[in-house]
Write a protein that binds this ligand. Structure first.
Ligand code: UDP
Ligand code: MG
Length: 139
């Protein structure tokens, strides 16, 4: 295990449903440290850049429309094995397959509007952190 940083997003559904505190509380209780945080709204083209890896998928246009539909919270989480541990707290992409007690199992009712995003590997974590934060925005 190594000390890692990962990017976490609370998606527009998580913000509009009043789940910011709930989600951040789970990260804090799991011992993940918050190294940067902000509320912002992506444009459609920024959402398309962020999710460029999915540009050929059938859900790309809908996903990027959803991700630019309202404010989101972006955070850098830090801790031992933070990338995998955040993914564990999130649960599987499809809330119906997410383990009980995970954020998506507890709150998501839609495969697209699934409350949170989390980086999936060290290289994507680095790219995604740089997409949202410059060095002055991190502690
Ligand atoms: N998504 C979707 N339909 C699908 C698969 C994914 O709308 O069939 C959305 C969902 O919001 C998901 C995001 O696209 O969180 C990115 O998909 P990915 O496979 O990277 O899942 P994640 O890493 O978020 O678990
Ligand atoms: Mg992903």
């Amino acid at each position: 295990m190594a000390m890692e940083q990962t990017l976490s997003l609370i998606k527009p559904d998580g913000v509009s449903r009043g789940l910011i505190g709930e989600v951040i509380g789970r990260f804090e209780r799991a011992g993940l440290g918050i190294k940067a945080m902000k509320l912002l709204q992506l444009t459609k083209s920024q959402a398309q850049m962020f999710y460029a890896v999915h540009r050929d998928k059938g859900f790309f246009d809908s996903l990027t429309g959803f991700m630019s539909s309202g404010p989101i919270v972006a955070m850098i989480l830090e801790g031992e094995d933070a990338i995998a541990r955040n993914r564990e707290l999130m649960g599987a992409t499809d809330y119906r397959k997410a383990a009980p007690g995970t954020i998506r199992a507890d709150f998501a009712r839609d495969i697209e509007a699934n409350i949170v995003h989390g980086s999936d590997a060290p290289d994507t974590a680095q790219t995604e952190i740089a997409f949202f934060f410059n060095s002055l925005e991190k502690v």
